[in-house]
Design a protein around this ligand. Structure first.
Ligand code: SUG
Length: 447
């Protein structure tokens, strides 16, 4: 590690409009929970509880704010006119779907916010972040504008940070951020895995048959160039089409890696044996891959319980731990896999189970809720806002959630203009707490 390089976990705060709208085909949990009553307050508190646990383990923890939702400016750009109540009423009356798309709190899954490389891996010695365009899912495609503003507000110092625009190029360049990226590190140096599900340039006859592949190879290669990582140390494995078809819509649903450890399901990548052999050469002799076979842990069960969507964290004593969803404790096959991981004599020694049921019901586990940003001590000190959490900030955020968030949201509540007003009041106060400046559209236009 260089100059105190530590991986900071930037978790997305769950937004006040958290709901289940069934917006993500191919994400089975999202589909299954369409129309279920959501609990935004519980959801946000569950997320904060996870941050408290990680912070308590001595791992640097930071927070990213929710986005403005419903995004009335999107409804305006779709031609709805009048005051806020009128816009919502018309859009709801015409086709409620557009209100649902504009109301998703999906920015909470910050693993999809950007792809990141640390300064020690980049040719110009700066931290690079490429904001994901998220073009495959319409509700998520509304995120990049605000993500760019937020990340530019936090990573503001150009001497240390470069925050890149989302990739242009539409369907050729669909990109889902760090959910498809893994950085490994060992005595051989750093290696970056940029996974993808379809080529982009040519029609794929060998891609998934049922579900959409969200990331293209063209996008992954563009990101590797923008991050300025050594081309000899960047690998571009393909997500296994069978894994996508069973519900592994992002790589992080079937694999997770940190340092010299990679946990993966055999349906995470095509040609996984060759990939693991290549990684062994590049990362160094300490590299260990712990593979789950379909016979021991079916991919469908991994999609259900999300063991690979655990956070794999390096602790201050050099050992590693897993922050796993409680659902994976309920499955015998997942538990036995974890026993194999923690009993292998390798660095992973323990598992902490967390209750993230509200997010899990939309297909977002512990690893989806965080963006990993490895930063040196100097870079951590250069962050522009108060986003690194400590116990008092967590207390303050809990109070803030309890004061502003609704206990429940029913599908029909999304048409309620009061939900928008309450959210704006909450977010306005939050930018003060985090010392973020005016990052929201409503703060800039006074609207
Ligand atoms: O993009 N769910 C998100 C879940 C993202 C998970 N992230 C990672 N695997 N890194 C998605 O599918 C569901 C929203 C809804 O249906 O209301 C949603 O967007």
């Amino acid at each position: 590690m260089h100059d105190g390089l530590l991986e900071v976990q930037f978790d997305g705060l769950v937004g006040p409009s958290h709901n289940y709208a069934g917006l993500s085909p191919g994400n089975l949990a999202s589909d299954r929970h369409r129309g279920v009553v959501s609990r935004p307050r519980a959801a946000a508190l569950q997320g904060l509880q996870k941050m408290r646990l990680v912070h308590g383990l001595g791992v640097p923890q930071a927070v990213l704010p929710p986005h403005e939702r419903p995004l009335l400016s999107a409804l305006h750009r779709w031609g709805f006119r009048g005051d806020d109540a009128q816009i919502l009423a018309d859009a709801w009356g015409h086709d409620g779907h557009l209100v649902r798309v504009a109301s998703s709190a999906s920015a909470m899954w910050t693993a999809n916010a950007a792809t990141v490389a640390p300064s020690c891996d980049a040719a110009d010695g700066r931290v690079h972040l490429v904001v994901a365009n998220l073009l495959t899912m319409p509700h998520r495609a509304l995120e990049p504008e605000a993500t760019l503003r937020v990340l530019r507000a936090i990573f503001r110092d150009p001497a240390h940070f470069a925050v890149h625009d989302p990739l242009p190029g539409g369907y050729l360049m669909t990109d889902e951020g760090a959910a498809n990226h893994t950085r490994l590190f060992g005595s051989g140096g750093a290696v970056h895995l940029f996974a993808w599900g379809r080529r982009g340039s040519t029609a794929d006859v060998d891609g998934p048959r049922t579900h959409v592949a969200r990331q293209t190879e063209l996008a992954s290669r563009a990101i590797a160039r923008l991050l300025r990582v050594d081309a000899a140390r960047a690998l571009f494995p393909r997500q296994h089409p069978a894994g996508i078809d069973v519900g592994g819509f992002h790589t992080d649903v079937l694999a997770v890696g940190t340092g010299s450890v990679l946990l993966l399901h055999e349906q995470a990548f095509v040609a996984h044996e060759a990939l693991v052999a290549e990684l062994g050469k590049l990362v160094g002799p300490e590299f260990s891959a712990i593979l789950a076979r379909e016979s021991e842990l079916p991919a469908s069960e991994a999609v259900e319980c999300y063991p690979f969507n655990s956070q794999l964290l390096q602790l201050p004593d050099g050992s590693m731990t897993l922050i796993a969803p409680a659902e994976s404790r309920e499955s015998g096959a997942c538990r036995r896999y974890f026993e194999r991981v923690t009993g292998s004599g390798g660095p992973v020694r323990s598992v902490h189970y967390v209750d993230l049921r509200q997010s899990m019901q939309n297909g977002g586990g512990p690893a989806c809720l965080r963006l990993r940003v490895p930063l040196t001590a100097t870079e951590r000190a250069s962050l522009n806002a108060r986003v690194l959490v400590d116990a008092p900030l967590l207390d303050r955020l809990e109070t803030w959630v309890s004061r502003h968030y609704r206990e429940r949201i029913e599908p029909e509540d999304l048409r309620d203009p009061a939900l928008h007003r309450e959210s704006m009041a909450a977010l306005d106060e939050l930018t003060g707490i985090l010392n973020l400046g005016s990052v929201y559209e409503f703060q800039r236009t006074g609207g």
